[in-house]
Design a protein around this ligand. Structure first.
Ligand code: SF4
Length: 272
């Protein structure tokens, strides 16, 4: 499979993330050495075998953590899903990656770069699963900030409320959703997004948002596969944001099954 991170406008951000993986890996190894070495003298006074068993325990914990970091690094480098077991993938995604981002924050790393790397890694893992779902099993989730700030209509939930005046990208997105027959909803925040996902139960989500919201949303939605596409913020964060329609179309081409022959070339329009 050709790995193409550009299809969602999500750069890989591999450099800083791999560097962070290396730093954290080294820290874990040093910490394990320290944790084993310091109490060993005292433990030997209790029982001569205790330092060995304690050392073995520390070694196992360090090996599991370093193994997880190694798999993350290899996944980033190869573009393949090397987390062969869903549970292992879930543990790495729900705990190891957020921990990495937290450690990166403590070390002063660029948060946006780390979140980009997280989303790139997520997109790689979804791609590696070679998922293709029918249009009526997919969902596009959009942030409210894509709507033109002064629009008189409150487009939340159903994108069909948009009057297609063309002032913001919701107009073209609404047309695209209708054309492709994909449930498309505008969410004002994480709570509404979660509610929509529970109601619609899609098998795949294409989410448009900024780095921070996408990283949080992807974690919240786990294990539901979410492809992240970044919006752009020409007027600053959360205000009249934009989306490159071609990125959305490319992602849909990649993950949505083509319309079955015999229905006139159109999917049935599903209302959210
Ligand atoms: S395109 Fe739709 S959402 Fe955007 S300003 Fe016009 S009516 Fe409002």
């Amino acid at each position: 499979m050709v790995h193409c991170p550009g299809k969602t406008g999500v750069g890989t951000g591999k450099g800083p993330f791999l560097l962070l993986l290396g730093v954290v890996g080294t820290l874990i190894a040093l910490l394990a050495l320290l944790v084993w070495w310091v109490p060993s003298f005292g433990l030997a006074n209790i029982h001569p075998e205790l330092p060995r068993w304690f050392g073995l325990g520390v070694l196992v914990v360090a090996a599991v953590l370093l193994g997880g970091l190694g798999l993350l690094a290899l996944t980033l480098l190869t573009g393949r899903d090397l987390f062969f077991f869903p549970r292992l993938r879930g543990l790495a995604f729900r705990y190891l990656l957020p921990a990495m981002i937290g450690i990166g924050r403590l070390l002063g790393a660029d948060q946006e770069a780390l979140q980009r790397a997280f989303i790139a890694l997520n997109n790689q893992l979804v791609r590696a699963r070679k998922l293709r779902v029918p249009a009526d099993k997919a969902m596009i989730l959009l942030p409210h900030c894509l709507q033109w700030f002064d629009c008189a209509i409150k487009v939340t939930g159903d994108i069909e409320k948009c009057a297609r005046c063309g002032r913001c990208d919701l107009s073209q997105l609404a047309d695209l959703a209708r054309q492709r027959g994909i449930t498309t909803a505008v969410a004002t925040g994480g709570t509404l997004a979660r509610k929509l996902l529970v109601e619609k139960r899609p098998r795949l989500v294409l989410a448009v948002a900024c780095e921070r919201d996408l990283a949080a949303g992807i974690r919240d939605a786990w294990p539901l596969p979410v492809i992240g596409v970044f919006n752009t913020r020409p007027e600053g964060p959360c205000f009249n944001t934009r989306i490159d329609l071609t990125l959305v179309e490319q992602a849909l081409d990649e993950f949505i099954l083509p319309v079955a022959p015999g229905n006139g070339g159109h999917n049935e329009v599903k209302k959210p």
